[in-house]
Design a binder for this molecule. Structure first.
Ligand SMILES: Nc1ncnc2c1ncn2[C@@H]1O[C@H](COP(=O)(O)OP(=O)(O)OP(=O)(O)O)[C@@H](O)[C@H]1O
Ligand SMILES: [Mg+2]
Length: 485
């Protein structure tokens, strides 16, 4: 809307700001009047003979006259003389005119929009002439409240320039309305408002009573009568929660009443709480899985200590290490409830696991981590963590055999990157390089077999292992779109 207005009307920024605020709060007007509301402003340089339709809102309480989008349409003075009249005279103009783009007739009420004493646009309230709504008490109160708000638009006091702004949860007219009079007595309460009160345990029939007599804390409304600005708050009583949005009704600068919109959000709050509980449960499960994995790892270690055979002991220790790598992933998943893992955060702890068990004071091995892959789905993070662990472990195990390390220290570099839809992990060392005749097709150990199987079968990716002043392993796996897996 702003773009449209900037290009085609001569409105300045304060005027545009005012219109924008009106659009943010005008649903209540359309709903109270059961009618469509159109916002128009004159096209620049036409001195009020042509109007641009800047915005449109449909009533949620009634039928729309305009199911198709009207915004951007240019309206001639001849098509909507009442709009031009409201614009030129700065007064509300009412009458009948054809529905735009149809032969039907509409009842119109055109309201000048005033800001800072000047007219900056026109609101056109349009409803069918053959209203099927039986005018009852509710309709009378809604329309009377609308009339008051319409006059406020004309006087420049609506939309409010301060106070609560609309939230997504802001109550609507259909959720429940209470109209208060000058004396802060309930003049009217819609059936939905009465049931919201019931659910809060308030059974008094509110009409004619003050809020304190109804059993509602009157302080916020009292404050609003003293200092007229909208108020938004949430009332809680027992299990039920009600969001309240109160707007003062003004005549010039006097508060002559208020409209209180209320919405029972008990179910919504209940659902919020359930979601929080569910998140906590998921986190707790990951936490327990991590603990269990660590217990298994500890059991393997105990068992390894009792073994006489070096080979058997090495095998168990390796298994322990692999299990700990998986535990690191669950540790991360237990920290927040999402099913994606911030993979970059687990690379450091993984590297530390290997670092701690390697080298020794006479031959330190430093593992550096750089780059980022960002978030990975949980079912990808686990195998990738295992793969990374094996590759780093291999560098530590094989790149720096004793007696071949002139430099006195070893370096392993882990580089993470996101390339298009692929996660790329590179593990490079500055060691002795791969043994002669090495081929990935016939891996001699379990480590690379695991890596190969996980990368190609489990993750659908590719693996490369080459000599490049040391060994360099490149793992590339597709992270997968939304319809993956
Ligand atoms: N970074 C490296 N530098 C030098 N040689 C390597 C490197 N990585 C792997 N290799 C060679 O590849 C072989 C196979 O590795 P793999 O991880 O499959 O088995 P392993 O490490 O010997 O045993 P395991 O991983 O099952 O404990 C190694 O024995 C080693 O010769
Ligand atoms: Mg290995």
């Amino acid at each position: 809307m702003l773009e449209l207005a900037r290009l085609n009307t001569g409105l300045d920024e304060p005027a545009l700001h005012h219109l924008q605020r009106l659009v943010a709060t005008w649903q209540v007007l359309a709903d109270l009047a059961f009618s469509d509301l159109l916002m128009l402003a004159p096209v620049d340089g036409t001195s009020g003979r042509r109007f641009l339709l800047l915005a449109h809102v449909r009533p949620t309480t009634g039928q729309t006259l305009y199911p198709t989008d009207l915004v951007g349409r240019v309206v001639e003075e001849s098509e909507r003389p009442l709009v031009a009249r409201a614009w030129h005279l700065g007064e509300i103009a009412a009458g009948v005119a054809p529905v735009m783009g149809s032969a039907e007739r509409a009842r119109l009420q055109c309201i000048p929009i005033r800001q800072d004493g000047r007219v900056i646009g026109v609101l056109s309230l349009e409803s069918g002439t053959t209203s099927t709504r039986r005018p009852g008490e509710l309709e009378r109160h809604y329309l009377a409240t609308f009339e008051r708000l319409a006059r406020m638009v004309g006087e420049g006091s609506f939309p409010f320039t301060r106070g609560a702004v609309e939230l997504e949860e802001a109550p609507r007219v259909g959720d429940g309305v209470i109209v208060l009079d000058e004396e802060r007595r309930v003049r009217f309460a819609s059936p939905n408002a009465v049931s919201a009160l019931h659910r809060m345990g308030i059974h008094a029939y509110p009409t004619g009573l003050r809020l304190s007599e109804v059993g509602v804390d009157p302080a916020p409304v009292d404050a609003m009568y003293r200092d007229p600005a909208p108020v938004m708050l949430e009332l809680q009583r027992g299990d039920s929660s009600v969001v309240v949005h109160a707007l003062p009704l003004l005549a010039a600068t006097d508060v002559v009443g208020a409209i209180v919109l209320m919405r029972d959000v008990t179910d919504l709050r209940h659902r919020d709480r359930m979601l929080v509980t569910k998140d906590a449960t998921i986190r707790e499960i990951h936490h327990r899985v991590k603990n269990n994995l660590q217990t298994i790892a500890a059991l393997l270690r105990l068992q390894a200590r009792r073994l006489q055979s070096d080979e058997a002991r090495a095998a168990l220790e390796e298994s322990e290490r692999r299990i700990r790598a998986i535990a690191v992933v669950h540790e991360t998943l237990s920290r927040d409830a999402s099913d994606v893992v911030p993979f970059d955060e687990i690379v450091r702890p993984l590297a530390r696991l290997v670092e701690e068990a390697s080298g020794g004071p006479d031959f330190p091995i430093r593992i550096e981590v750089e780059g980022q892959v960002g978030d990975l789905p949980g079912d990808l993070a686990t195998p990738l963590a295992v793969v990374l662990n094996e590759l780093v472990q291999n560098a530590v195990d094989h790149a720096f055999p004793p007696g071949r390390n002139a430099a006195g220290a070893g370096r392993v570099r882990v580089t993470l990157a996101r390339e298009g839809d692929d996660a790329v992990v590179v593990v490079a060392d500055d060691g002795v390089g791969l043994p002669p005749g090495f081929t990935l097709d016939a891996p001699s150990g379990l480590g690379l077999s695991i890596v190969h199987t996980l990368v190609t079968t489990e993750m659908g990716g590719s693996l490369e292992l080459v000599d490049d002043r040391g060994a360099r392993a490149v793992v590339r796996v597709p992270v997968g779109g939304p319809d993956d897996g």
